[in-house]
Write a protein that binds this ligand. Sequence first.
Ligand SMILES: [Zn+2]
Length: 120
Amino acid sequence: MNKEKLEEFRILLEGRLDDLLKEANRTVAGMTDSKENFPDPTDRAALESDRNFLLRIRDRERRLISKIREALDRIEDGEFGMCESCGGDISEERLLARPVTTLCIDCKKMQEAQEKSRSR
Ligand SMILES: [Zn+2]
């Protein structure tokens, strides 16, 4: 994948991460005493440094946040867009729909088929 494409995905992922952190911040603020002071939701560094914050947000959001961070790490490492199972390229179409994915469509299908047969 060329640099321009990677940069596009990085911007896309960072945008999603920002949205999630803002949303999570609202969730946390709504759950706790209004007297407590919360950092500006746009101040991502402050939010990210607050470990308690991450412990208090919902599981689903926490999982997504860590997936997005992993995807950003993969961009840094030059591994983004590579299937972690077969090492092949993940199609751009699939990455656009699901930028946090680590499996190409074939491996994903295989994984799903295996999960199905296990639960049977
Ligand atoms: Zn694969």
